[in-house]
Design a protein around this ligand. Sequence first.
Ligand code: BMA
Length: 354
Amino acid sequence: MPTIRAFSLTNLFVLEFEIPLSGMMEVGMTKIIGRELPNIPWEEPGDACDMPVWRYSGNPIIERFATRNSNSVFNSAVVPFEDGFAGVFRCDSRSISMDIFAGFSKDGIHWKISDEPIALQGANAEIAEREFRYDPRVCFLDGKYYVTWCNGYRGYPTIGVGYTFDFRNFYQLENAFLPFNRNGVLFPRQIRGKYYMLSRPSDNGHTPFGDIFLSESPDMQYWGRHRMVMGTIKGDTSAWQSTKIGAGCVPIETEDGWLLIYHGVINTCNGFVYRMGCALLDLEEPWKVKKRTRNYILAPHELYECVGDVPNVVFPCAALTDAATGRIAIYYGCADTVTGLAFTTADRLMAYME
Ligand code: BMA
């Protein structure tokens, strides 16, 4: 086998490793493992597009006043549902209460979002008491749509977990982890009989650090065997992800590994800037990173990403995929104010990673 000498973005040192030539990726060869989705929202990139991810021409797809009392609708998650799509949306109210709301769409672009926040049933009284809920993710797993979100518990952010079958009745489980934690993202199937969730242990407030960790569970209730997946990259090798990183979309299964779209943050003299990158995790041991982007795949460049309640933020929370074509539609929050849609393919992301 040939030996390749490479600079590792995951371990931050030069290393040697062996790659079987048959395992090396050719553009156009990455197969998404999953369902076909012929009605995935889609636009081809313009001729001038030299980026791996391009925006929907009608962005933003959800405006800040999309519900009766919303101040902003942004870091939100969608999935295929019945003959269209459903989702869980982060809407901050005009009193700036952060909560999660259900919504439906026929085409994945035009959404009808409830004016009332999701009423969660079934939790232990200690857990059911609502403080704040934000940044939902939705993961279809074992026949249920699981929802994870940043959940306020006695003043501390941690990972709330619930599920629904119909996006009308939602059931809450125990919080997954001790505080402080955010960006809880489930894997969409069991791996060797266990459930896996990514998260970002942190602190209270606007955390100035953060790496992506993985936890394992036999039953979606007890989480352990925690592993570090990947950290920030210090120095100027990939400075857009030098302050903190966090999992974004539910990992996309491909023949070559789990494709993870995540956010990376740099601190500047004018505050945090949130950009988007991706990584390829090992299929069987998903705490092992096979590849990762040095350059960001999407960054706040458009006005609705640069100007809003929190400027200079693109924050991915969901991706639709079509196994037949390799198409990926990414839903992302823009400047903590509105929701955007962007497109890519498994091949393009794979080719862009180092
Ligand atoms: C993070 C979270 C996100 C938000 C981002 C930028 O810490 O609070 O909800 O989009 O900051 O403000």
